[in-house]
Design a protein around this ligand. Structure first.
Ligand SMILES: Cc1ncc(COP(=O)(O)O)c(C=O)c1O
Length: 379
């Protein structure tokens, strides 16, 4: 075991002012959704150039509600990358639609838009791409394709709040956009998510979808016309989210400095496949730093590599498993070999520690440990 402090692979920075702010909310008696939810939604809307935003208990809830806003259900197909987190296919299946997976690009890990075009059928209703840290999906091409084929787009922007495209924040344009405020994301509300929509009408339609399906009648009673979810964010969480959003630029600058250090240290050694290197003020944000291990040249499995880092007090993650090869994915007829790039990433990827509480010395420690383990395992 290492005598050095344990390095988590992800995590938030919560300051004392935020903790004091939470205590105030707790003392106020207004615990569930209230003024802080409104404040958080107003701040997020300003961040998205005035587009309406509604917060929910998670990005997963936001994706489910987005699918419901688009009236996507049984008989419909939704195209999504096989290289992503479980959220999107889970929610597609939950609303009764069929997930149609496509492969991704090895360098950027983003959805292959050529493969999306080829996968469109008369039943296709939407595309749900996941934006990758450091490499946004080509938004010009994505939205042009969606317009041409008359499809809805739900951007899974869970990992990229703060990334910019042609100088504009992700969320400020497009169709529907979802963010996550899980503690591993660029900002947190502990658990939480947001859905950016196109109009006040769409925003109003979210209200019953996130709160039991309830509508309020003029006689001060309530009605339910469909079974809505229970996805309203408590004020305690929204209070944290407001404080975190204000610090987003600072958090992203810190993450970028750490990423620059990773690239500096990995430039010569060891031989991992790195993400595309950032280029000046390119507008990208860095929620994760994931490398591919040269497993064919090592006497070492990925599990053994991760265990060796863990023994040195360094946490890692896997982002992500191949979705089409999950038990759920296979239910839709997918099998090994369908998406070679996704499957290679799923075999070889390791996410190294990256979060704003780390120091450059911590990154140096990670890089030295990675180099040591890989050198010792060379065939
Ligand atoms: C790419 C991606 N999308 C969506 C989610 C879901 O976020 P949440 O935990 O807020 O539901 C995650 C969570 O890790 C994710 O990595």
């Amino acid at each position: 075991m290492s005598a050095l402090p344990y390095l988590k692979f992800a995590g938030p920075v919560l300051d004392e002012a935020t903790i004091a702010g939470v205590a105030e909310v707790l003392r106020s008696g207004q615990l569930t959704s209230g003024p802080w939810v409104q404040e958080f939604e107003t701040a997020l809307s300003a961040f998205c150039e005035g587009r309406p935003v509604r917060v929910l208990t998670s990005a997963t809830a936001a994706v489910e509600v987005a699918l419901q806003l688009c009236a996507i259900g049984p008989g419909d197909e939704v195209i999504t990358p096989a290289q992503s987190f479980f959220t999107v296919p889970n929610m597609i299946v939950k609303v009764g639609a069929t997930p149609v997976f496509v492969d991704c690009d090895l360098a950027t890990r983003n959805i292959d838009l050529g493969a999306v075009d080829a996968a469109i059928t008369p039943r296709t209703r939407a595309i749900i791409p996941t934006h990758w840290p450091g490499s946004l999906v080509d938004m010009d091409a994505l939205h042009a394709l969606a317009r041409r084929r008359q499809l809805r787009v739900i951007e899974d922007a869970a990992l990229v709040i703060g990334s910019r495209w042609h100088g504009r924040n992700v969320g400020a344009f497009g169709d529907l956009v979802t963010f996550s405020f899980h503690p591993n994301k660029n900002i947190t509300s502990i658990e939480g998510g947001a859905l950016v929509v196109n109009s006040a009408d769409e925003a109003n339609r979210i209200e019953p979808l996130r709160f039991h399906g309830i509508t309020y009648l003029s006689d001060r009673t309530r009605d339910v016309a469909f079974p809505g979810g229970k996805f309203n964010l408590p004020d305690v969480n929204a209070r944290i989210g407001v404080a975190q959003l204000a610090r987003l630029p600072e958090f992203l600058a810190r993450r970028r400095a750490l990423v620059d250090r990773y690239f500096e240290r990995f430039a010569t050694h060891p031989a991992c496949v790195l993400p595309p290197r950032p280029d000046g003020d390119d507008g990208q944000s860095w929620n994760m730093f994931s490398v591919l291990l040269p497993l064919e040249r090592l006497n070492l499995s990925r599990k053994a590599f991760r265990d060796a880092l863990e023994e040195r007090g360094i946490g890692t993650g896997v982002s992500y498993e191949a979705l089409h090869l999950s038990t759920l994915g296979r239910r839709f007829g997918y099998q090994d070999g369908d998406f070679p790039v996704t499957e290679r990433i799923a075999r070889e990827t390791v996410t190294l520690p990256l979060h704003p509480a780390l120091t450059v010395a911590d990154v140096d420690r990670v890089c030295a440990a990675v180099a040591e383990i890989i050198t010792a395992a060379r065939k």
